[in-house]
Design a protein around this ligand. Sequence first.
Ligand SMILES: [Zn+2]
Length: 188
Amino acid sequence: MRLCLCHYSVSAGWILCGKVVAMRCPQCAHEDTRVIDSRELEEGSMTRRRRECPQCAMRFTTYERHEYAGLTIVKKDGRREPYNRDKLARGVKKAVEKRPLSNDDVEALISGIEQRLHEVAKSEVRSKVIGELVLQALRAMDPVAYIRFASVYVGFADLEAMKREVDALLHADTIEGATENHIPQPVA
Ligand SMILES: [Zn+2]
């Protein structure tokens, strides 16, 4: 059993739908099934999952939609695409690879960002806003993951720009409260 991660908007106030989703085995109705394969369809707005029932070994396929109904991401070049939690998670996981952060930490980070998006976003949000929320969260959690994410997302102009950011981080460690509002801006 798990909670549905989809969201819907009530007059643009985002809330979790909160439905309990039980991926019940169609054969024996066992309530929890194991995912053995997962593939994205329709540019990530749908996930196809092969599942196996641990009780009767029945295998079956589910097609799961998991997007914020209506939340649209406006990318740097002006293109729009539906918000996709998995896509965001992939970017963050790349940055935290081999760092002492668990999957649960990443999931919590993303849930926190979604919470913030509910507060600030109407029906559209610029990808830049999401990038900055990730940077803010990573900066507080793990400086190495932060620099990695920033190097991809902000695209430091050169080694010197990256060094300045690392220096600022090292310096911030010694000054209490200096870690906030220190987010580098993306190179346009
Ligand atoms: Zn079963």
